[in-house]
Design a protein around this ligand. Structure first.
Ligand code: ZN
Length: 146
């Protein structure tokens, strides 16, 4: 995707130069290259231009947090382990089998991680309803809506 803003056009050229000079980050960001360049260019609008800091922030913000977007194979493996641990049972309603998904108990958007103990099996219905609520908020929501 082409950059839309002037600063992204100008600053992404800087970022690309810096990436070329830093072989470690160059390797690490390879699978996310375009997305990282855009992110770092935006950071530079505020005159921050430390590639390592930008990479650090980028990976904290996006990589751990969207495993299903960034490493689908790892996510599938992890999902299988979680479902086995939970005996293919939805934590929220007790449904066994059917359309099961993996829920982040503390949602990614609220600072949750992909750690084993933040992931549980949830049926599709509960997972859609829970969305970015915490487990407590979802329990409250259910009390009010059902
Ligand atoms: Zn359920």
């Amino acid at each position: 995707m082409a950059p839309n803003n002037w600063y992204e056009k100008v600053l992404s050229a800087d970022v690309i130069d810096d990436i070329k000079r830093n072989s470690i980050i160059s390797q690490k960001c390879k699978p996310y290259y375009d997305s990282f360049v855009r992110f770092a260019a935006k950071q530079r609008v505020n005159y921050e231009n430390d590639l390592e800091a930008e990479w650090q922030e980028y990976s904290e913000k996006y990589l751990n947090k969207r495993l299903y977007n960034t490493d689908i194979n790892l996510w599938k493996k992890l999902s299988k382990k979680i479902m086995e641990r939970d005996k293919y049972t939805c934590l929220y309603c007790g449904q066994i089998g059917g359309k099961l998904e993996i829920d982040h108990v503390l949602p990614i958007s609220r600072g949750g991680t992909n750690d084993f103990d933040n992931l549980v099996t949830a049926c599709q219905h509960c997972n859609r309803q829970k969305h970015d609520k915490t487990a407590e908020e979802y329990a409250d929501w259910k009390d009010k809506h059902e």
